[in-house]
Design a protein around this ligand. Structure first.
Ligand SMILES: C[S@@+](CC[C@H](N)C(=O)[O-])C[C@H]1O[C@@H](n2cnc3c(N)ncnc32)[C@H](O)[C@@H]1O
Length: 334
């Protein structure tokens, strides 16, 4: 039997609240993704059980399934036996994932499927104890049932986190690649929390933060203009890159009286050690309102990045016009 044949057969392994056979399986797109992703010997873990468990068995994974329903486990094993599918590499922990996972400490997993309890906070605990440190870097996390608020919230949170990349949006599942260390620090490092669940804002900032971490060396102060909207004073993930407000005494918002006032503040901050200047998208209106200030920045300093989310000037090197009035060149290093 292969995965396609299993999907055609649709065995009713679950039981509803009246004890009647039911088919509550992962959707076909998840089944096919598992078919492509899991290879013999893959180290895999799922919460909940059913058709997905049979798929892991079919693919020859070293699979751990955490599920409280012992009779469901018996039906899965019997189904596999009837179809000649080896269960040698399947292990079951019969219990609720929130009780079982905290003592397991899994590591080096290739795939984690979260499809057990969907009540708050079970999917979050499943992610925390099975995927956060259990998945290897580059491993695959499937969160099933994102049409439910708990799955949806977990998925949105991870989309905004630096250590995770949304690789597939399926009919009722999100699939993530773990891209790095899944740091779980203070709330100030969690864009989804900082921006009150505003995913669009958090995603824009996720991209900007990642670019800034490459562009601006740790320890460098930079002038940040964001119209006071990006909670820069709380952005823990910028680490020692210190955002300075342009205006004295205020936060990151505020309006200079005019272009000259903006330039005076720029010079003051450069003298105090500011190395870069970043204009973030909420303050893009500055390009119209402070035309001379922004034009002056472009003439004096290298624009080292610019996209729909931010424009970055390198204040360390002042450009000087060449004597023949041609291209501007790098001048004094401050
Ligand atoms: C939607 S079904 C899983 C479907 C399965 N992935 C498939 O493809 O057939 C949800 C499963 O989660 C199990 N479950 C419910 N609460 C759980 C918990 N707290 N921990 C682990 N499993 C749980 C149920 O017994 C049920 O088997």
């Amino acid at each position: 039997m292969n995965v396609d044949e299993l999907l055609v057969e649709r065995p009713m392994l679950q039981r509803d609240h009246l004890g009647q056979p039911a088919y509550w399986a992962v959707a076909e797109d998840v089944a096919k993704l598992l078919d492509q992703t899991v290879v013999p010997g893959s180290r895999t873990l799922e919460t909940g059980a059913g058709i997905s468990t049979v798929i892991f068995a079919l693919k020859g994974a070293e699979h751990l399934c955490v599920v409280p329903d012992a009779r469901l486990v018996d039906r899965i094993v019997a189904f596999c036996r009837d179809r000649g599918i080896s269960t040698d590499k399947l292990s079951f922990e019969v219990g609720r994932s929130e009780d079982v996972l905290p003592r397991l400490h899994p590591v080096d997993l290739d795939v984690v499927l979260i499809d057990g309890g969907h009540a708050f906070p079970i999917p979050f605990l499943d992610w925390y104890y099975a995927a956060r440190t259990g998945l290897r870097s580059g491993g695959t996390l499937v969160i099933d049932d994102i049409q439910l608020w708990t799955g949806h919230l977990l998925s949105d949170f991870l989309r905004c986190e630096p250590g995770w990349r949304l690789s597939h949006e399926l009919v009722k599942s999100s699939v993530f690649e773990k891209t790095g260390n899944a740091f779980l620090g203070d709330w100030t490092a969690q864009l989804f929390v900082i921006f009150d669940g505003d995913v669009e804002k958090a995603l824009r900032m996720k991209n900007s933060v990642s670019d800034l971490r490459t562009l601006i060396p740790d320890g460098s102060p930079f002038i940040a203009i964001d119209d006071g909207q990006l909670m820069l004073e709380h952005l823990g993930m910028l680490e020692q890159r210190r955002p300075l407000p342009l205006l004295e005494g205020g936060g990151h918002g505020g309006k200079p009286a005019d272009d000259s006032a903006a330039v005076r503040n720029l010079e003051r901050l450069r003298a105090e050690g500011a190395k870069y200047l970043v204009i973030f998208w909420p303050a893009f209106w500055w390009f119209d309102q402070y035309r001379d200030f922004v034009a002056g920045l472009g003439q004096r300093f290298a624009r080292v990045a610019g996209d729909d989310d931010m424009v970055v000037f390198d204040l360390r090197v002042e450009l000087v016009a060449s004597s023949d009035g041609g291209d501007r060149q790098a001048g004094t290093v401050k």
